[in-house]
Design a binder for this molecule. Structure first.
Ligand SMILES: C[S@@+](CC[C@H](N)C(=O)[O-])C[C@H]1O[C@@H](n2cnc3c(N)ncnc32)[C@H](O)[C@@H]1O
Length: 219
């Protein structure tokens, strides 16, 4: 994996444990491997891509929950949307929100090639606005967009989420900086984790895998 903007990122899990966990987690399909290598060919850094552990967790959560309508905030090059699409039933739908033009173009080319059942629809624009136009309810939401706005998205998502529905929020340990939050993003993510913990509408478990994943279920 390339370094994040050329700086080493703090790894929460021991790198050898992470490697072992990945080696003993189901591998990506041939299509998804092509998405990873195509992303790597076209971009200088692909560390935003969720990676095998989170990708496989998403795929399994879609399978075991039987989710049919999924929302993703933060498409990047389409890896996580395509992982979830692999587990989604024929009549399922994924709406994914992305504002970066370059990433939109790359993701759309991946969806055109690999989302053969046309289950994924990308909504282009700033998710802070596009989320306000969404209609209908969702069974599962993958929250992986701008970290400063996790609490904002959460409050918008909860009313759209079916009872028993899931939110999976990535990067909730933010390289471990949530322990002593100093910068804006660490503070925002720490506030989000506390908002969720203190919210009687949900129950949740924060997994210290990769950069931290908060699995939240609405009552
Ligand atoms: C961590 S990446 C998503 C990775 C993707 N889920 C995956 O696993 O491949 C975060 C993405 O959110 C997008 N993003 C950030 N702020 C956004 C906003 N306000 N509206 C829409 N997209 C945004 C970024 O451009 C980036 O592509």
């Amino acid at each position: 994996m390339k370094k994040h903007r050329n700086k080493s990122i703090v790894q929460i899990t021991d790198p050898d444990i992470e490697k072992y966990a990945e080696a003993h987690t189901s591998g990506e399909s041939e299509f998804i491997q092509k998405v990873i290598s195509s992303s790597d060919d076209q971009l200088q850094y692909i560390d935003m891509l969720s990676g095998r552990l989170v990708g496989q967790l998403l795929k399994m959560m879609v399978k075991v929950s039987g989710a049919k309508r999924i929302l993703e905030i933060g498409t990047f090059t389409g890896y996580s949307a395509l992982m979830m699409a692999e587990a989604l039933s024929e009549d399922g739908e994924i709406i994914t929100l992305e504002m970066n033009l370059k990433y939109q173009k790359i993701a759309q080319s991946h969806f055109d090639k690999y989302d053969t059942k046309k289950k994924i629809k990308m909504i282009k624009g700033n998710a802070q606005n596009t989320i306000l136009d969404l209609t209908g309810n969702f069974d599962l939401v993958y929250l992986d967009g701008d970290k400063l706005r996790y609490s904002y998205y959460y409050e918008k998502i909860i009313p759209l989420l079916n009872s028993g529905g899931l939110i999976i929020a990535d990067n909730v340990l933010w390289d471990g900086t949530v322990l002593h939050p100093e910068d804006k993003k660490a503070k925002a993510i720490d506030e989000f984790n506390k908002l969720v913990r203190d919210d009687s509408r949900v129950e949740q478990v924060l997994f210290p895998i990769r950069d931290g994943v908060n699995l939240i279920k609405k009552h």
